[in-house]
Design a protein around this ligand. Structure first.
Ligand code: DC
Length: 230
């Protein structure tokens, strides 16, 4: 690479659009921090469930988001994780990937008080630079000033198929139709919520990944990173 890569690369997109695979690979190639902001919304959800705070209690969940300490850091254990997440010092990395967290995280991430608390923390990390930040509202809300904003898209059918393959590889059996239905429900929820709905920033580069391999998407993002200095 001859030019300086942009100091912040924002990658947004719906569930299973390839954000985490691509974000991790690009951050490794550039020597940047990989920061998956979805992990923070999952951490608040997990903490609420673990403490018996009803997910429907918006005020209590918002208060929790403002008071717990969430750390997202490079992996501390070599067990296939992309990063380690600590809540008040306790390793909760795998607890964030359960079906009960999946089922409740959209509701938690729709609460304005939760978004305010987490956006503040995410901006602090972004300000350090040299970061690939992945989420739903990075280019629109968290760091709209990021020099390179990417929006990864794919059809619900393709994303449901990817999620199904992922589960198969982990030895978990799943019904493809049920995955597609859940995917559509989460898309609808994430893109119609009032605060920071999922959408591409007006100056984001949209990559439609249907029919593309992960490697091809990574190469495309790297090509863009070479063009955008920052
Ligand atoms: O990417 P993920 O599936 O881990 O995200 C979990 C949830 O968090 C998802 O329902 C959308 C929400 N989210 C968000 O609202 N804003 C972000 N920046 C990242 C995730």
């Amino acid at each position: 690479m001859t030019s300086t890569p942009p100091s912040i690369i924002a990658i947004d997109g719906p569930a299973a659009s390839g954000k985490s695979t691509v974000g991790e690979a690009v951050s490794q190639r550039l020597g940047f921090l990989y920061f998956d902001t979805g992990a923070m919304y999952r951490a608040v959800t997990q903490a609420a469930l673990a403490r018996g705070i009803p997910i429907a209690d918006e005020a209590a969940v918002g208060e929790l988001a403002a008071t717990i300490h969430i750390d997202v850091m490079a992996p501390t254990v070599d067990d296939g994780r992309q990063y380690t997440v600590l809540i008040d010092g306790e390793d909760v990395t795998w607890a964030l990937r359960t079906a009960v967290v999946d089922a409740n995280v959209s509701a938690v991430s729709a609460y304005p008080a939760v978004r305010t608390a987490l956006t503040r923390q995410q901006r602090r990390i972004a300000a350090q630079g040299r970061v690939v930040m992945v989420g739903r509202d990075i280019g629109t809300v968290v760091v709209p000033e990021a020099p390179l904003k990417i929006y990864l898209d794919a059809s619900p059918e393709e994303r449901a198929h990817r999620r199904w393959l992922e589960l198969q590889q982990r030895g978990q059996d799943a019904d493809p139709e049920a995955i597609l239905t859940a995917m559509r429900a989460r898309d609808a929820y994430d893109s119609t919520r009032k605060t920071a709905p999922l959408r591409a920033a007006s100056d984001a580069i949209i990559i439609d990944t249907d029919g593309m391999s992960g490697g091809q998407v990574v190469d495309e993002v790297m090509r863009l990173a070479e063009r955008f200095e920052g």
